[in-house]
Ligand binder design. Structure first.
Ligand code: NAP
Length: 261
């Protein structure tokens, strides 16, 4: 929205994203799945990206379709530039340009630093940071030129605090802060915003991989005394994707139960 816009936003509009297309990477499961469903609930056409969970991604598309909205599945390993280029071509053919890119796909390979191999390091960096680069590259012109352009990167509280056994993951997530702030500067002249959401610990397959005793130790330190559900994360994404957030850019928004501020 331009600074002199006279459009009045209706906070009760049930489909505030009706005129835009959103792509969510890693939307077959976990947080990305909930984000995709929420953006579609707000009227957006949604691209459900996944790497290998085709049936789960198709189930997300089905739910969106049953609710009368538009969605397509798009397989691509975000760490592979050729995969991402092919995805961009398929998306452009079927839905046209993307207005909102949510870089959510992410992985962990947890080891203490002394046990961490070069491969453990590189694989996590390639998906979490490299995947964000690849997808932003592929859809940069779209979001820059959109009247509602949004870049939303999913980082983590671990990028802010570090975490035992997660040097690779913490570095990838911390890198997203700097990446996002730079993109915010480069996109500002086009009225496109770039922000980072940094969730705390969320009950998904990713958290399931953490040993029970470690999970208990983490939970005990969360001021709100519980892990987040994926649904706890989607409200801020809905806001960032909407016109209500048109003057917010370059920010890191923590949704972490009070773990960090
Ligand atoms: P999750 O349940 O493990 O789901 C990961 C999603 O990412 C899946 O849809 C998976 O697709 C996709 N994915 C993984 N690697 C991919 C690749 N190379 N290319 C394309 N898609 C890929 O994870 P989550 O907990 O929802 O995490 C989502 C994001 O939130 C991640 O960036 C994570 O770092 C961040 N985060 C999570 C937590 C947490 O506690 N859970 C906390 C803070 C931040 P497939 O199903 O096809 O494998």
């Amino acid at each position: 929205m331009s600074p002199d816009s006279t459009v009045t936003l209706d906070p009760l509009d049930p489909r505030p994203l009706a005129d835009r297309t959103c792509l969510v990477t890693g939307a077959s499961r976990g947080i990305g799945r909930s984000i995709a469903l929420e953006l579609a609930r707000c009227g957006a056409s949604v691209v459900v990206n996944y790497r290998s969970s085709a049936a789960e991604a198709e189930a997300v598309r089905e739910i969106i379709k049953e609710n009368g909205e538009t969605a397509m599945c798009a397989q691509a390993d975000v760490s592979e530039p050729d995969d991402v280029a092919a995805m961009a071509e398929a998306v452009h053919d079927e839905l046209g340009a993307v207005d909102v890119l949510v870089n959510n796909a992410g992985i962990t390979i947890d080891r203490t630093f002394s046990e961490m191999s070069h491969d453990d390091w590189q694989t996590v960096i390639d998906v979490n940071l490299g995947g964000t680069f690849n997808c932003t590259k592929a859809f940069f012109d779209d979001i820059r030129d959109s009247d509602h352009g949004r870049l939303i990167n999913i980082s983590s509280v671990v990028g802010q605090q570090g975490n035992y056994g997660q040097a690779n993951y913490a570095a990838s997530k911390g890198g997203l802060f700097a990446f996002t702030r730079t993109l915010a500067l480069e996109l500002a002249a086009h009225d496109t915003t770039a922000n980072c959401v940094a969730p705390g610990f969320v009950t998904t397959d990713m958290l399931e991989k953490v040993p029970e005793r470690v999970r208990e130790r983490i939970r005990a330190e969360i001021p709100l005394d519980r892990f987040a559900d994926p649904e706890d994360i989607v409200g801020i994404i809905r806001f960032l994707a909407s016109d209500h957030a048109s003057y917010m850019t370059g920010q890191v928004l923590g949704v972490n139960g009070g773990l960090e501020w």
